[in-house]
Structure formats: structure tokens, C-alpha cells
Design a protein around this ligand. Structure first.
Ligand code: MTE
Length: 319
């Protein structure tokens, strides 16, 4: 995140395009737009195949009408994914041919239902997917609005069936240095790991994304599944998860290991707790042009949903 200091957010005007794609949520519109009269045959599997469950129905609690989604082109070309490079446009280029199918996720640790699950079987077990439009705020002080598809993390916790001793959830990303250039560099400790308290994982907002804009997640956004915790800084949103483990002790998280005084375990968005090297009081809106700045919201605007999780905690200490 801050290994480099180049101004990655300075995007050319040409990168900012209309949000027309998102308006095509509805399947018939998709077909019309693609010039296809009959379903199935010519369509990519990720859109209409037996797997993935697309298109998802929008969850009315988190609709696109409440927040203006950032254009698809920007969400998929301005990324942090250090396994594929340090610059914002590296992941799109370098992850292009990386293979994410088939993909297995392991549930492990202090649970009654451990095992390995094919990602598509897991989605089916979750009862399919839904769409949620969330704010997305990086610790680097930029923000987007992303229409995710996926399922509530709470459903997966229920499937895992934690034992009483389980207090935390640890997430581990893949380790594939042979095929992934960034993992041959010692920029971070590989594989990327993250964690949540179990009650945070059970919060209604915590989400496992399998898509954006009604399509399977592009590799650069963390295919085939990644964590989304919209009240926290984006580095909590671990991409391309291979293992979810339930633990009694607080697990390590990669950026905290990298620089503990700069990146905490909690990483809750908080305009009053600055990063040691920059203010968190405001944020740049990606695609917002030169005027695209706004005040940072407590818990990124999700105070109602999550403030109860941190009652009585000193949020400057537990940053
Ligand atoms: N997950 C992995 N495995 N590797 C990473 O480098 N970067 C994190 C997070 N998840 C990262 C990761 C950071 S710093 C952010 S801000 C978000 O992913 C960015 O998600 P986006 O590219 O979809 O916007």
C-alpha cells in the first residue's frame, strides 16, 4: 500500500467512462445488448452458466439507487493486489492469464464442519448470490462505490458451525510463486492473510464477493472469491481466498505484520484517527475528477450497522 509514493490515483480522463454496464443488470437487457436472441450458447459461463448463480438479485437494503457506483472500467483497472505488482494498473495486466478455476476453499480450525469445498458447490450451499452496493474506502485515502455480488459471510460461518472456543476467523490467500510474479518478490509476507473477530464476521455487512457488476470477479479484483467489510479499510478485504480458519487467538494480518504502527488489526474507517503519515479526514473519489473529494464518514457510513461491535473500545488504540 505504501511501499511506493507515486500518485497512483491520478488517472487520465479517458479512464473515466459511463456506468452503462451496470444498468444492464437485468438478464434480458444483457442479451439484447450482446445481440443474442437465445440464452446460453454464446454467453460466457460466468454470466449465465450453471455455476456462479448470475445474475444476482439486488439486496434492497444496499441498492445501487442509494450510492452511485464507480464505473466498471475503474473498479477493474485501479487495484491493489501486490501479488501482481505494486502499481494500480499492474493487477489487471499481470493477473490476466492466471488460472482461478477450478478453485477450492478449505474450512478449518475450531469448527464442527471442516472440509474442502469447490467454490461453486460452496455458492450453491450458500443458497446462491445476491447483489449489494457498498462504499469501498482504502487506507490510502481514496474511495469508490462497488456493486458486489456474493453471499453474507454469516452464512458461511453458520455452515462451518464454530465451536464455543472459536473467537476469530483467519483468512488465507493463495500461495503460487511459480505463476504469480509478485510472490517471487519479498514485498510482503506471502501468502496474504487477514482476520476478523467472530462477531465482526457474523455482522450483516460482512460479505464474501464472487462478482461485481453482475459478472464473476475479474482476477484483479480477487477471483474467485474475496472478503468485503465495507466499514473497514480495503486491506481487510483479502482476495482470492483458499482457507478460512476459526481460531481462539487473534490471527496475524499481513499489513500489520508489515508495519504495525501504520496498519492495525481492526482497520475501521475513522476520520479522527489519522494514518501516521497522512490524514484520514477526507478521501479522493476515484473517477471524481479534481473536485472529487469528500469528508470521510465514521465506519465509512455504516455506523448504524457496526458501532455496537466496538462499544467501549478505544478506537485510537485499536486502529
Ligand atoms: N488481497 C491480496 N491477496 N493481496 C493484496 O495485495 N490488497 C488489499 C485488498 N486485498 C490485497 C488484497 C488492499 S490494500 C485493498 S485496498 C483491496 O484489496 C483493493 O481491492 P480492489 O483492488 O478490488 O479495489
Amino acid at each position: 500500500m505504501n511501499i511506493r509514493t507515486t500518485k497512483n490515483w491520478e488517472l487520465p480522463e479517458s479512464a473515466v467512462t459511463a456506468e452503462s454496464i451496470y444498468r444492464l443488470r437485468n438478464r434480458r437487457d444483457f442479451l439484447k445488448a450482446a445481440g443474442v436472441a437465445t440464452a446460453g450458447l454464446l454467453m460466457p459461463r460466468a454470466l449465465f452458466g450453471a455455476t456462479g448463480g448470475f445474475p444476482a438479485k439486488e439486496n434492497p437494503l444496499y441498492p445501487a439507487s442509494a450510492l452511485k457506483p464507480t464505473p466498471y472500467e475503474l473498479v477493474t483497472s485501479y487495484n491493489n493486489f501486490y501479488e501482481f505488482g505494486l502499481d494500480k494498473d499492474d493487477p489487471k495486466q499481470n493477473a490476466k492469464n492466471w488460472k482461478t478455476e477450478p478453485w477450492t476453499v478449505e474450512l478449518a480450525g475450531l469448527i464442527n464442519n471442516s472440509g474442502k469445498f469447490d467454490v461453486n458447490d460452496l455458492i450453491a450451499k450458500m443458497g446462491g448470490i445476491e447483489g449489494r452496493v457498498y462504499r469501498h474506502r482504502c487506507v490510502e485515502a481514496w474511495s469508490m462505490v462497488v456493486p458486489w455480488d456474493g453471499f453474507a459471510l454469516a452464512k458461511l460461518v453458520t455452515l462451518a458451525d464454530p465451536k464455543a472456543e472459536a473467537k476469530f476467523v483467519k483468512f488465507t490467500s493463495f500461495n503460487d510463486p511459480k505463476n504469480v510474479p509478485g510472490q517471487r518478490q519479498p514485498n510482503l509476507d506471502w501468502p496474504y492473510v487477514e482476520g476478523l473477530r467472530l462477531d465482526e464476521a457474523m455482522n450483516e455487512l460482512a460479505f464474501i464477493a464472487t462478482g461485481i457488476y453482475g459478472k464473476a470477479l475479474p482476477n484483479q479484483n480477487g477471483a474467485p472469491l474475496r472478503l468485503v467489510t465495507p466499514w473497514k479499510y480495503g486491506f481487510k478485504g483479502i482476495k482470492s481466498i483458499v482457507k478460512i480458519e476459526f481460531t481462539a487467538k487473534q490471527p496475524a494480518n499481513t499489513w500489520n505484520v508489515m508495519a504495525a504502527n501504520e496498519y492495525g488489526f481492526y482497520a475501521n474507517v475513522n476520520p479522527k484517527v489519522d494514518h501516521p503519515r497522512w490524514s484520514q479526514a477526507s478521501e479522493r473519489i476515484i473517477g471524481g475528477g479534481f473536485a472529487g473529494k469528500k469528508a470521510t464518514l465514521m465506519f465509512n457510513g455504516y455506523e448504524k450497522e457496526v458501532a455496537g461491535l466496538y462499544q467501549g473500545m478505544n478506537l485510537s488504540r485499536y486502529y
